[in-house]
Design a binder for this molecule. Structure first.
Ligand code: AMP
Length: 445
């Protein structure tokens, strides 16, 4: 089956051809005909399956079919796409830009952590499609800048992640403002009870499309566990990265402080690396991602939330420096490698105290994971290797007092956790007083 066989109009078929897509992916082949007919859809699919095009292409098609207003005419928002993170929202906007290249469809992005002024201006000029994170959209709605009364298609992408991030009230608030007579497309990688409840309250007689059940990434990615005490993780990472096969790796930590520590260690070892997490400004995150995509970095250290939606091909290794807090994150993380049929490798560092979590992961993916013998650990990169913990090697930290004196207070890693959405949103706000780092100006086309 080709894209033309799906009945998509010519400019869209040309655009996907220009993107190098030869045939629809399974979720596209299954979802597009229903979405084109205006049906509601429940899609159980992860990133990497082609789900963005599965909803974007028919949305663009339907907008064009209904007629795009002339350049000067008023443009109401006719499609609203909600995504949990700015990174994912930007990726969706990138796709929509590519797919609507040869049309007069206009779209804009709405997300927090950057000045709202250009976003408000774009909304005032008029756009057909808005791609938004829930928090900023609610803010702008509260200020009277967003009129959702003409929305025809409402998309919730990665709905499970939006719930994890505490956006449920924002989602409900937004859903109340879009017309009841609408098409709703709901995507989630997992189907816990809350997701089933939310979807049944939003969808009407939906078509269900299930692609890539949670276990699939686990089946295609070669996985191994290293049982290693926390204190030896830096050396193990250093040792594994010395392997030439580790060409481009994504290293997951549980907290943003953890990510910064690992980054410092890698930089001390002379490895080209950067980190993305909720404590970094938007521009720094964007730059790190762009550098990683362009192969200027060998390692990107990330927390789960920041890594959500990262779409980078050719990641040779995913390294779980810290075990994920949620079991499902394990599958999300390892799914970042081994994409599009490539072989991927996922290594997980497991402290001996975390073995029960390991068993829970094995139960979830319905297969045992090989426990690999620890390699001979290389010496840490810093010359002052008295203690193998990171703190002793940090350049800016004062030397630890020796026994007898009171140790300086050390911050607990838990204090820096970023799994609470409000914290993430607040942190972004604090960090972003000024302009945006987006590569493109999304406000107009
Ligand atoms: P997604 O699941 O939407 O994040 O898409 C994952 C990746 O697959 C993105 O890099 C898309 O550009 C790419 N992609 C989407 N649809 C196709 C297709 N039909 N053929 C080849 N690549 C695709």
């Amino acid at each position: 089956m080709s894209f033309a066989d799906l009945g998509l109009c010519e400019p869209i078929v040309n655009a996907v051809t220009a993107e190098g897509y030869e045939n629809p992916t399974p979720i596209q082949a299954q979802a597009i005909p229903h979405v084109m007919q205006g049906r509601d859809l429940f899609g159980c699919a992860q990133t990497g399956t082609g789900k963005t095009a599965a909803f974007s292409l028919p949305i663009i098609h339907r907008l064009m079919e209904a007629g795009v207003p002339s350049a000067k005419a008023r443009r109401p928002i006719r499609a609203l796409i909600l995504a949990p993170t700015r990174e994912l929202a930007i990726q969706i906007a990138d796709c929509i830009l590519a797919y609507s290249q040869k049309t007069h469809i206009r779209h804009t992005l709405v997300f927090g952590g950057v000045s709202q002024v250009p976003q408000v201006r774009a909304l005032q000029r008029g756009v057909d499609i808005v791609i938004a994170t829930p928090g900023r959209l609610c803010d702008l709605m509260g200020q009277g800048h967003v009129d959702l009364s003409h929305v025809e298609t409402f998309v919730l992408d990665e709905a499970d992640r939006m719930l994890d991030m505490g956006f449920i009230h924002d989602i409900r608030h937004i859903a109340e403002r879009v017309p009841k007579q609408r098409q709703t497309l709901f995507f989630s990688a997992t189907m816990p009870r809350e997701i089933r409840e939310l979807s049944s309250s939003l969808l009407r007689n939906p078509v269900a499309v299930e692609i890539t059940p949670v276990a699939t990434a686990a089946e295609t990615v070669e996985q191994a566990i290293f049982i290693v005490p926390q204190s030896n993780k830096p050396r193990l990472l250093h040792t594994l990265l010395a392997e030439s096969a580790v060409t481009r790796s994504l290293v997951f930590t549980r907290t943003k402080h953890g990510a910064d520590k690992v980054l410092r260690h890698l930089m001390q070892a002379g490895i080209r690396a950067d980190a993305i997490h909720g404590g970094k400004t938007q521009s720094k995150r964007q730059r790190a991602l762009a550098d990683f995509k362009a192969n200027r970095l060998r390692v990107l250290v990330a927390t789960d939330i920041a890594a959500r939606g990262i779409d980078v091909d050719g990641i040779s290794h995913v390294i779980n420096y810290d075990m994920p807090v949620e079991i499902e994150s394990y599958v999300h993380r390892i799914g970042r490698t081994g994409r599009a049929g490539a072989t991927g490798i996922a290594w997980t560092f497991c402290d001996p105290a975390e073995r029960s979590k390991l068993r829970a992961i094995e139960r979830a993916i319905r297969q045992p994971i090989e426990i690999r013998k620890l390699p001979t650990l290389m010496a840490p990169p810093a010359p002052t290797a008295v203690n193998h913990e990171f703190e002793t090697r940090e350049p800016h930290r004062p030397a630890r007092p020796t026994s007898g004196s009171a140790a300086p207070p050390r911050r607990s890693q838990n204090q820096s956790g970023e799994s609470i959405p409000q914290t993430e949103r607040r942190a972004f706000g604090q960090n972003r007083p000024g302009g945006s780092s987006r590569r493109r100006n999304y406000s107009s086309r």
